[in-house]
Design a protein around this ligand. Structure first.
Ligand code: AMP
Length: 290
């Protein structure tokens, strides 16, 4: 009798030593290794990064660590969705080779005192203003993960475009021997970017949130047609407020490479629209290339 095929159980490393041993074994066999850092609560966006890793390397390691250092005390660290068993099953299904899921003590042992700070133009605006603690926490934990795993390539989503730029700069400045690769944003059918935080939205809020990708689409089209940055930003902001978004942290058109502010007039090339806005108690971010 044919039994239904069960996905192989995913190997899980809890310690840096176990992670390094697994990677060393692959390296000895001449295999390339890709790393995909996440905070878990995995969705199709995360899995697309694993798929990309499989295309770029022989072995793909996912990490799950809800990093306390990148949450401010008033933010959602405690509420952040967690479900390792479900995540591990999803990773096994897509053919991930190893999950590194350390606890906080493994990542931040007693007396941990080092912070990686990327003090440059790309970390200052946007999230750098709204969440001043954020990039220090991200750069520190990602530097650790890259040093711990020693991958050939690490993949990060363009969903968090500014984070991708900050990590690229960090890896370059610290001479980390890894290629940082960006992956396109996976979206719902109405255009809303997949995010673990979308789980916080009520059905009504989720329906209203479709105004965000709609506003982004409008902005991209208007800017391509020569619209003035200041006018387009104003329309986007008004349409978000009209759709029920509460606080708007930012709606800004910036250069996609340097994150320098563009406008107030029309843009030429390389522009990107960045938005962070609150739908009820949920903070949503998105960015689109013009
Ligand atoms: P997170 O677990 O939210 O920290 O995200 C882990 C990685 O997945 C980051 O590199 C994110 O940019 C990426 N990511 C999150 N959402 C998406 C998405 N919708 N599409 C593609 N990548 C994503």
């Amino acid at each position: 009798m044919n039994m239904p095929a069960r996905p192989p159980k995913l190997k899980v490393a809890r310690t840096v030593a176990d992670l390094r041993a697994a990677v060393a074994g692959w390296r000895t066999a001449g295999e390339r290794v890709a790393l995909v850092p996440t905070m878990g609560a995995l969705h199709a966006g995360h899995l697309s990064l694993i798929e990309m890793g499989k295309g770029l390397a022989d072995r793909t390691v996912a990490t799950i660590f809800v990093n306390p250092a990148q949450f401010a005390p008033h933010e959602d660290f405690d509420a952040y969705p967690r479900g390792e068993d479900r995540d591990a099953a999803l990773l096994a299904d897509v053919g991930c080779d190893l999950l590194f899921a350390p606890n906080a003590r493994e990542m931040y042992p007693e007396g941990f005192a080092t912070t990686v700070s990327v003090a440059t133009g790309v970390s200052e605006p946007l999230e750098g203003v709204s969440r001043p603690h954020f990039f220090g926490g991200v750069a520190t934990v990602v530097a650790k993960l890259l040093i711990q795993a020693g991958p050939d390539v690490a993949i990060f989503g363009e969903k968090d475009y500014q984070q991708l730029l900050v990590i690229k700069r960090m890896a370059r400045d610290l001479d980390l021997p890894v290629e940082i690769v960006g992956a396109p944003t996976t979206r719902e059918s109405d255009g809303l970017a997949l995010s673990s935080r979308n789980a916080y939205l009520t059905p009504e809020e989720r329906a209203a949130a479709r105004a965000l990708p709609a506003a982004m689409r409008y902005a991209v089209a208007a800017l391509r047609e020569g619209g003035e940055v200041v006018a387009v930003e104003g329309v986007v902001m008004a349409s978000l407020v009209g759709a029920g978004f509460g606080k708007i942290d930012y709606v800004e058109v910036r250069d996609g490479a340097t994150l320098e502010r563009l406008g107030p007039g029309p843009v030429s090339s390389g522009a990107r629209v960045f938005v962070a806005a609150w739908m009820g108690g949920t903070r949503l971010i998105d960015n689109w290339a013009v």
